[in-house]
Structure formats: structure tokens, C-alpha cells
Design a protein around this ligand. Structure first.
Ligand code: FAD
Ligand code: S2G
Ligand code: ZN
Length: 489
């Protein structure tokens, strides 16, 4: 796993830090700045506590104007800036390197919902609004903001945009790129770009806002956004289904789409080791199914109709799946509590891995028609290397995306397992995904973790173009330097 070290700062950290701290305090006030290792520790350590860096100052602006002034000062003084939202990303992109030269700019204080327009079906929010707060604000107006990911309590809309977050409802509603209509962002030199318009059609030149989506804080600091709102579904039907194999799961998805059409909202694969891990981690939940099965899927249908008719559609899907010998067993949620229990099992798999340690994260996507073959080939490859690896495979199969995360055997430490297998296993899995015309990062981005791998999987033209965009917007390479883009020299 690459770590990152830069050249030591030009001047002694103390003098630089004092000057920077004074300048930041003059812009945002002393109460909105942190310095010193103890106060900044939680900001400079990533969610999985794998990447630890150092910051001159953590600055917490409360307005776009303050962000602009912070960026203009750092630009004039050649101080790198790392934007941070909820610090829940998993690729090391939201924390500074250990040089101690960077300012960490946290958007957490810019957390206001600015407007909800239920006629235009849009919501305008500041970047520091958490995903949960955004979803709640939409719900209060009988609308749905459709992004749904397990970190919603902490992750922020700015970070969701900067990582083009996906999650468990992409199958129905798309990812953040599909859910945004306008963005306001502060550029590396402090200029403010704004397209905070709630238009679903606007063909007036390049779609500049989309440059910032998925840019991982390397092109601009997102300070606000206009988000699409959807009708709030009235009916919901969920089932936890045992299937013969990943191939049977893909065919069952086809049956679900045939019978359920647009109502198919989520289709999440769960392997037996993934279920065993999360049940052990939760401790207070049992499997929804009486027997053990190698493969399961969580299916969710939602619609504006009645629960009865949607459940009838779900039963049709399961009966057709049984008739075609795709389905081995199924637990259908008979209440909201059941549905929530099924979802809790699915959503907690991620933290179960983090708590266990020793998870080799391969967040891959391949064409849906190839995902079963990929899972078979990649599993065989990993088990040939390490027969005792726990094959924690789960996630958004409906999007062609699985979290193919081999996990350390119970009797091996995380450090030992990752030390021996992180590189060979992630390279073997990523190479197989690439061979299937797939992606080595379907939703979590590149950060530092996958930066150097990118050179193997992106064409020279793609890498050159990305660097040309980076140089055009950030010629001093101050915004989130050494993240996402590998050096080409
Ligand atoms: P941060 O971690 O703070 O930052 C992420 C990146 O964006 C960094 O490069 C940072 O510099 C940049 N950035 C942050 N804010 C801004 C801004 N305002 N302007 C410009 N750049 C910015 N991800 C998924 O896609 N799907 C999932 O299903 C999913 N499930 C998860 C479950 C758990 C339990 C956890 C811990 C994480 C999960 N994630 C998932 C990963 C993570 O939550 C997402 O990537 C999320 O979008 C990150 O948001 P954040 O605000 O925490 O960003
Ligand atoms: C999810 C979380 C990250 C991981 O749960 O859908 O995106 O691989 C993942 O643990
Ligand atoms: Zn995911």
C-alpha cells in the first residue's frame, strides 16, 4: 500500500506554521482553526486509521467567501490545501501527507440546507451538509434524495460529489454524477466558480460542474450544490434470498427487471463469509435464513403504489426464480422492522471489515454479463495464493460492482496478512477486472491507495488528458497534491 512522503518544508515548520495560523485566524477567526498534533489528529488520520499525516493548520471556514480567501492566501504563499468532508473515504484521499506543509480545509461548518424547491424538485445545500441531513431535509418535504451509503451519518455532500459516491440505490437512481444539477466551487487561486442552477437541460458550453464530480479535491473545493429530488416511494418490498451461484444471481436480476421494471431499486450480493463476518460483528442478529448458503442477494423494490401490489410483484419474482432453479430459499420482510434488519446486515459489512482489520479492498466493476465469471476466476486466483483467505464478497451486483475484499484468516494478524498479500492479491484481482474491461475502482476513487496502480490500468492518453486538466485548473499543484494522479515521469 503506497505511503506518501514529500520533501521537508522549506522553512522550519514553526515559523511557517505561525504565519499560516495567523493568516487563517484573520480570515475565519481563532475559534475556527486548529493546530498542533493533538488537536488535529482526528483530521489527519483516515477512517480506517491506515493513513496518518500532518497539517500546519486545520481551518474550518463557514462561508464560500472565507474559503475563497483561504485559497487565495495559500495560493499566494504556495501552501498546499487538502479539502475534507466527513473523512469517511477509504483510499487515503482526505488526509495530508506527513510533510506538515499542508493546510487541511474542513467543510464541516458549511452545513446549511439553503433551499428546497418542491416544484422544481431540487435542493440547494452547502458542501458540509451530511448525507443523512440532506436525506432528512428531503423527507420532510415528502421527497427523496436518492444517494444511500452506509457512511451517511458522517459523509458530506461535498465529499459525496468529490468521490462521485455510489451506494445501494445506484441501480434505480444512479450515482452522484447523476444526482447533481449545479455546483459552486472555489478554484485553487481563490476564484469562485458557480453554476448553482436547478436546470435539467442547459447546453451552453462544456458541462464544467462535472469536472469537479469525482475529482477527489484535486481541481476545486466544492462549497455548495443543487441536487435532484425524487418522488418519495410509498411502497417498499425487501427479500433476503439464497441463490445457487453468482451466475444464478445475475439471472435472477434479469427476472426481477422483467417483472418489476423501474421498481427494482437495490440488488446486493452477499457471500457466506461476508454474512458470517457481519453476524459475528453485530452479535445481536441472526441470519434471516434458517440454513447456510454460499451466496445470497438482498433485493429491494420501491414504488409509488401500494405495499400489497409491490409484495405481489416480489412474490412473482421469487416464484419465477424458484421455477428456474435460481432461488434456493428466501425471507420476505413482513414489516418495516424486518426490512431494516436485512438492511442493517448489509450496511454493517463494511465496518465489520474495518473492525476486524486485514481487508484487501478490491472495489471493482465489470460488465454485468461478466461479473459471475469474474467472481469465479478472481476467487480461484486468490485461493490459489492464500487458501485460508476469507472471501468477503458483497455489494452492488446490479451495477456490475462488487466489493471483492479478501479478508485475513482468523489466525493471522492484519499486519502479517496485508504485508504478505496486499500487493499480490490486489494486483491479481485488479488485473482480472481490467482484462474484463472493468474498473479497479467502481465507487471509492483512487486517493493515495490506488494512485500508482492507475498507471497500469489507464491509457497514456487518459493519464495525459487528466494531467492537462489538472494543470489547467491547478497549475501550482496545490490542491490535494499527490492524490489520484500518478506521476508520469
Ligand atoms: P472525505 O473522506 O472527507 O473526502 C473524500 C475525498 O473528497 C478526498 O479526496 C477529499 O479531499 C475530497 N473532498 C471532500 N470534501 C470536498 C469538497 N467539499 N470539495 C472538494 N473535495 C472534497 N462510498 C460509496 O461510494 N458507496 C458506498 O456504498 C460506501 N459505503 C461506505 C460505508 C462505510 C461504512 C464507509 C466508512 C464508507 C463508505 N463509502 C462508500 C466511502 C465514503 O463514505 C464515500 O466515498 C463518501 O462519498 C466520502 O464522503 P466524505 O464527506 O467522507 O469525504
Ligand atoms: C459498501 C463500503 C466500503 C468497503 O459497503 O458498499 O462501499 O468496501 C462499501 O468496506
Ligand atoms: Zn459500496
Amino acid at each position: 500500500m503506497p505511503t506518501d512522503s514529500h520533501t521537508a518544508p522549506a522553512t522550519s515548520p514553526t515559523s511557517a506554521t505561525n504565519a499560516t495560523l495567523a493568516a487563517m485566524q484573520a480570515i475565519v477567526g481563532a475559534g475556527a482553526c486548529l493546530s498542533g498534533d493533538a488537536d488535529t489528529e482526528s483530521y489527519v488520520t483516515d477512517y480506517r486509521r491506515i493513513y496518518r499525516g500532518k497539517a500546519q493548520v486545520v481551518v474550518m471556514p463557514s462561508t464560500t467567501e472565507q474559503v475563497s480567501q483561504v485559497m487565495a492566501w495559500c495560493h499566494a504563499h504556495d501552501v498546499p490545501v487538502v479539502p475534507q468532508g466527513g473523512n469517511t473515504s477509504l483510499m487515503g484521499g482526505a488526509v495530508p501527507d506527513d510533510s506538515g506543509t499542508a493546510v487541511l480545509l474542513s467543510l464541516g461548518r458549511m452545513n446549511r440546507v439553503l433551499a428546497v424547491d418542491t416544484i422544481n424538485d431540487t435542493m440547494t445545500v452547502q458542501a458540509g451538509v451530511t448525507l443523512n441531513a440532506a436525506r432528512t431535509a428531503a423527507e420532510q418535504e415528502q421527497r427523496l434524495f436518492a444517494l444511500r451509503i452506509g457512511s451517511e451519518g458522517s459523509c458530506q455532500i461535498g465529499g459525496n460529489l468529490a468521490t462521485n459516491a455510489g451506494g445501494t440505490a445506484v441501480l434505480r437512481y444512479g450515482n452522484m454524477r447523476d444526482l447533481v444539477l449545479g455546483i459552486e466551487a472555489v478554484l485553487p487561486d481563490g476564484r469562485i466558480y458557480s453554476s448553482l442552477r436547478g436546470l435539467r437541460k442547459d447546453n451552453t458550453g462544456y458541462d464544467l460542474k462535472q469536472l469537479f464530480v469525482g475529482s477527489e479535491g484535486t481541481l476545486g473545493i466544492i462549497t455548495a450544490a443543487v441536487l435532484k429530488l425524487m418522488p418519495q416511494p410509498r411502497a417498499n418490498a425487501v427479500a433476503f434470498v439464497a441463490v445457487q451461484s453468482p451466475e444464478a444471481a445475475v439471472r435472477l436480476l434479469g427476472v426481477a427487471k422483467q417483472h418489476g421494471g423501474q421498481a427494482v431499486t437495490a440488488f446486493e450480493l452477499i457471500s457466506a463469509p461476508a454474512l458470517e463476518l457481519v453476524l459475528e460483528y453485530l452479535g445481536d442478529v441472526t441470519s434471516p435464513l434458517p440454513a447456510r448458503h454460499d451466496w445470497m442477494v438482498l433485493i429491494e423494490l420501491t414504488s409509488g403504489g401500494s405495499d400489497e401490489s409491490l409484495n405481489a410483484t416480489l412474490m412473482e419474482i421469487l416464484e419465477a426464480g424458484l421455477a428456474q432453479e435460481l432461488v434456493l430459499d428466501a425471507a420476505v420482510a413482513a414489516s418495516l422492522a424486518d426490512a431494516q434488519r436485512f438492511w442493517r446486515i448489509r450496511e454493517e459489512i463494511s465496518d465489520a471489515q474495518t473492525r476486524t482489520g486485514g481487508s484487501i479492498k478490491c472495489d471493482v466493476s465489470v460488465p454485468l454479463s461478466r461479473i459471475a465469471a469474474f467472481i469465479g476466476d478472481a476467487s480461484a486466483k486468490v485461493l490459489a495464493l492464500e487458501p485460508a483467505a476469507r472471501m468477503v464478497i458483497y455489494g452492488h451486483m446490479g451495477d456490475g460492482n462488487v466489493h471483492f475484499n479478501p479478508l485475513r484468516p482468523k489466525d493471522r494478524s492484519a499486519a502479517d496478512f496485508l504485508g504478505q498479500w496486499y500487493a499480490p492479491i490486489s494486483e491479481a484481482v485488479d488485473t482480472l477486472a481490467h482484462a474484463e474491461n472493468g474498473s479497479i475502482s467502481a465507487e471509492h476513487g483512487i486517493g493515495v491507495a490506488k494512485r500508482d496502480d492507475l498507471k497500469r490500468y489507464k491509457s497514456p492518453v487518459e493519464l495525459e488528458l487528466m494531467w492537462q486538466v489538472k494543470r489547467a485548473l491547478d497549475p501550482k499543484n496545490l490542491l490535494n497534491p499527490a492524490k489520484m494522479l500518478p506521476r508520469l515521469d
